[in-house]
Design a protein around this ligand. Structure first.
Ligand SMILES: [Zn+2]
Ligand SMILES: [Zn+2]
Length: 145
């Protein structure tokens, strides 16, 4: 199950984001990987080099996928919010997550932890509106699968 997060501001800014893990990803990263595991991973990771790296981390480095799914990101520079597919692989000696850059200004995005559906979600008033800079209001507005 994934969550819908809605952000809004008195200036008219309103945007919804789909966060979490839906049915479509299933047990994508789970080990031991089934025959089809890497096939779906291959579809998801369109970048061949990234796919190869993930495969090495999971197979040869005995890594485990600690977290994956759609996540909410924010650009610290231009304040844009965006949703991206995110994953975190932990392996003996390190961890790897996909680097994410802002589509507008190119700065490194920061992930906003959104908890799960039992929580109220993060306190979005801590973040300025991308449009006018005033504190945002927001929270969980629905579920998806
Ligand atoms: Zn930006
Ligand atoms: Zn605003």
């Amino acid at each position: 199950m994934g969550m819908m997060i809605g952000l809004s501001c008195g200036c008219g800014y309103h945007k919804e984001f789909s966060i979490g893990v839906g049915m479509m990803w299933g047990d994508l990263f789970e080990l031991p990987l089934k025959a089809g595991g890497f096939v779906s991973l291959r579809k998801l990771l369109s970048d061949r080099a990234e796919y190869d790296l993930v495969k090495i981390l999971l197979e040869e480095k005995r890594g485990k996928c600690a977290d994956y799914g759609q996540a909410l990101f924010r650009c610290p520079k231009c304040r844009t919010f965006t949703e991206r597919f995110h994953y975190l692989i932990e392996y003996p000696g390190g961890r790897y997550s996909r680097p994410c850059d802002c589509g507008k200004c190119g700065a490194a995005l920061e992930m906003i932890p959104c908890g799960d559906e039992d929580d109220d979600g993060p306190d979005f008033s801590a973040y300025p509106c991308p449009r006018c800079g005033k504190p945002l209001s927001g929270g969980i507005v629905g579920m998806w699968d």
